[in-house]
Design a protein around this ligand. Structure first.
Ligand SMILES: Nc1ncnc2c1ncn2[C@@H]1O[C@H](COP(=O)(O)OP(=O)(O)O)[C@@H](O)[C@H]1O
Ligand SMILES: Nc1ccn([C@H]2C[C@H](O)[C@@H](COP(=O)(O)OP(=O)(O)O)O2)c(=O)n1
Length: 416
């Protein structure tokens, strides 16, 4: 039983563990060795402290189950653990090997209670959760499979040994087909896999099926307006609709509005597949409408990819996939617009606009406000997307001036 659990965790010796100790610094990397190794000074921060240390990792052959279990554990740990407990995002991975990441958490419990053990005991009953504990002895620290009743005779001590920082941040390794989708089939499959647990998936897939093949000849230009919330997309797209006599579309499309809240509460795999499919429905609408008039689109694939990448990647902007990464390439089967404009304003002006609007913000936007790092990553990811890349527009002047600036760009680039 224990051996099977170890096996589920993959070949531990070739794996590197990364703990997101502090969002502003690089993760703490370590690996495991069967020989005692003195604790590296950097690791003293985590392993040298008093208190109990645990890590837990989520495994399953079903990616839907894995995503949901991870999200449930995250929620449970955040609401039940005491103030004396720190929880860090952790992962284990094989350096630079795509899709090798196993996500989990690292728990440091300085309390005198057994609360964290009690919670881990419950979590461990799930066949997809694997818990390790860490023990110190002098200069050494080792990891072993944790068991609440202490019958881990078979478990081998694996000593903590320093590991080099990975060239590609581990959170970038699993992005393809988990956070960002590069063809309709991959996103479609995710929703097919969750029809049992999320009945709404069937309705979304039906709406996708109802869309005819997207084909677009030499129709009117298609112009996408992108940007963070409150950068002025609605104001500009409505003004453009009027001034160009254009059709205004959105992604996700109106027909998905009844399902959005449901999918927003799901883990990234399911949530991002939903938004990806929304782009294909919008593409079908663009295909039809652009035969009749110019089309303005409020958010499209740039938003889907930039938010997904920025959410998936922990810590600093430097952790994003490298600028030349294939992860920034537009999906080959998704209708391409003629022009993508990214509206940018300073963080202060954006906050002022958000406050003036006085609306409830989505959770993600509320996080943006407190999380400068996240906002920077979304903007940087927007700028790195290729084929087509976006043109940056300074949206801080008055609405009339922004409109004029954009009309000028459209005249030049699309000859409208
Ligand atoms: N160029 C601008 N200058 C000042 N305020 C603006 C400008 N464009 C939009 N706003 C205001 O900022 C707020 C957010 O604009 P909105 O168009 O709703 O942004 P988005 O659609 O990107 O969320 C609104 O209250 C809007 O009136
Ligand atoms: N085409 C799109 C549009 C939005 N999204 C996602 C990205 C973010 O998680 C949210 C942002 O939506 P938000 O509600 O803040 O946007 P609006 O205020 O409606 O412009 O939606 C997407 O993935 N793909």
């Amino acid at each position: 039983m224990l051996k099977r659990a170890m096996f589920r965790c993959g070949q531990l010796s070739s794996r590197v563990f990364a703990v997101e100790f502090d969002a502003r610094t690089q993760p703490l990397y370590f690996t495991l060795s069967s020989n005692p190794q003195e604790l590296h000074h950097a690791h003293q921060q985590l392993f040298g402290d008093d208190g109990k240390l645990f890590s837990l990792h989520v495994h399953s052959d079903s990616r839907i189950e894995k995503a949901q279990t991870h999200a449930e554990i995250k929620h449970k740990l955040s609401v039940t653990l005491s103030r004396d407990c720190d929880v860090f995002e952790a992962s284990s991975f094989i350096p630079d090997v795509k899709n090798s990441v196993v996500k989990g958490f690292f728990i440091r419990d300085k309390s005198t209670t057994t609360l964290s053990e009690d919670i881990l005991k419950t979590l461990q009953q799930s066949k997809s959760v694997c818990v390790f504990s860490y023990k110190r002895e002098g200069e050494y620290c080792w990891q072993e499979l944790w068991s609440p009743v202490n019958q881990v005779q078979e478990s081998v001590r694996q000593y903590i040994a320093p590991a080099a920082a990975a060239e590609h941040h581990p959170s970038t390794l699993n992005i393809r087909n988990s956070d960002v989708f590069y063809c309709i089939d991959e996103a479609y499959k995710v929703l097919q896999e969750c029809t049992d647990i999320i009945p709404e998936s069937k309705e979304v897939l039906k709406l996708v099926d109802e869309q005819l093949e997207t084909s677009r000849g030499d129709g009117f230009p298609v112009i996408v307006i992108e940007g963070l919330d409150a950068t002025g997309k609605t104001t500009l797209t409505e003004a453009l609709q009027e001034s160009l006599n254009a059709t205004l579309l959105k992604s996700p499309p109106q027909c998905l509005a009844p399902f959005r809240q449901r999918f927003d509460s799901e883990p990234p795999l399911i949530r991002r597949a939903f938004y990806a499919l929304g782009n294909y429905i919008t593409a079908a609408h663009i295909g039809k409408e652009s035969l009749r008039a110019p089309v303005i689109v409020d958010r499209y694939w740039h938003s889907t990819a930039a938010y997904a990448i920025a959410t998936a990647v922990g810590g600093r902007v430097e952790n994003l996939p490298k600028p030349d990464s294939e992860l920034y390439q537009w999906p080959e089967d998704l209708l391409q617009p003629n022009l993508v404009l990214l509206l940018t304003v300073s963080p202060e002006e954006r906050l002022r606009r958000l406050r003036d609007r006085g609306q409830d913000k989505t959770v993600e936007e509320a996080e943006l406000e407190i999380n400068q790092l996240f906002r920077l990553k979304v903007e940087e990811a927007y700028k790195r997307i290729q084929n087509p890349a976006c043109i940056i527009v300074d949206a801080s002047p008055s609405p009339q001036e922004v409109l004029q600036q954009v009309q000028h760009l459209i005249r030049n680039k699309c000859h409208l």
